[in-house]
Design a protein. Sequence first.
Length: 178
Amino acid sequence: ALDDQLQLQRLRLALRAPPSVTLDLQAGLLQMSGEAAAGWRDAASSLLRAWPGLQGVVDEIRYIEPAPLPPVSPRWEVHFDPGQTANPAGSVAFDAVAAAWQRSPGRVMVRAQTDATGTVAQNASLGEQRAQWAVAELIRRGVPLSAIVTSSVQATELAGEDAKLRRVVLQLEATTRE
């Protein structure tokens, strides 16, 4: 029989227990206490069943579920030619945003972007016109104005290729229901 301290060191390495779990081994009996995710328990149980020299396991761990990951906000982009304030090809994106909003109402973020072509004043106006066009397209598809938040960003604030900068980014953020 292996020394309990040596056996415990090997168990700690193999189990990779979270810091909230305490392991103790006496006379071949492993005592586990603390808190751990259920997934860790399943992996530990599988390993412990085949562990040589282990006489038994006292499992006093409170198993907790990990916090859920935050939902990913859906995102769509509509790209523009230089100086263009509307793009009929973007209707697919607006249809998708409106459909997603109908399924899960929330806030629709509209971020209009411009490239570095033109003056700061021209780009500010162009960005605002793109945002207004996007808002009108969303309202036309049933998204209320109260659910839409707009912003405009000019190329001086962004880095990248001009063609990629000329766009409206649409993002649906779910609202928390009480």
